[in-house]
Design a protein around this ligand. Structure first.
Ligand SMILES: [Fe+2]
Length: 91
C-alpha cells in the first residue's frame, strides 16, 4: 500500500526507478515487522493455526526483502549508467 501511494509522487522524479526500489525495500521490511508482531500476538493468544500461516507469510516477505537487497546494487548501477548515457530508465 505504501509503495502504491508513493509511486505517483516518484513518477515526476527523474530517479523514480531508484525511489520505487527503496520504497519497496522499506515496505517489505515493514511487513516483516508486522508479521513478527502478529506472530507474537497469535502465540500469546493460543492461535497455533494462525501462527503457522503467519510464519509462512513472514518467510515469503523475508525472501522478497532479501531479493530486493541483493538486486539493489545492480538496479542502482544500471540506473546510474543509463543516466550517464542520457538514456531513460523508464520503459
Ligand atoms: Fe511483501
Amino acid at each position: 500500500m505504501f509503495v502504491a501511494l508513493a509511486a505517483p509522487g516518484h513518477s515526476v522524479a527523474g530517479d523514480e526507478i531508484l525511489k520505487n526500489s527503496l520504497a519497496n525495500f522499506a515496505f517489505e521490511n515493514y511487513e516483516i515487522a508486522a508479521y513478527n508482531s502478529l506472530i507474537v500476538l497469535a502465540e500469546a493468544g493460543g492461535f497455533s493455526q494462525a501462527v503457522d500461516i503467519l510464519k509462512q507469510n513472514l518467510a515469503e516477505e523475508e525472501a522478497m526483502a532479501k531479493w530486493l537487497q541483493d538486486n539493489l546494487p545492480d538496479v542502482t548501477l544500471q540506473f546510474a549508467q543509463l543516466r550517464d548515457a542520457r538514456v531513460s530508465a523508464k520503459i
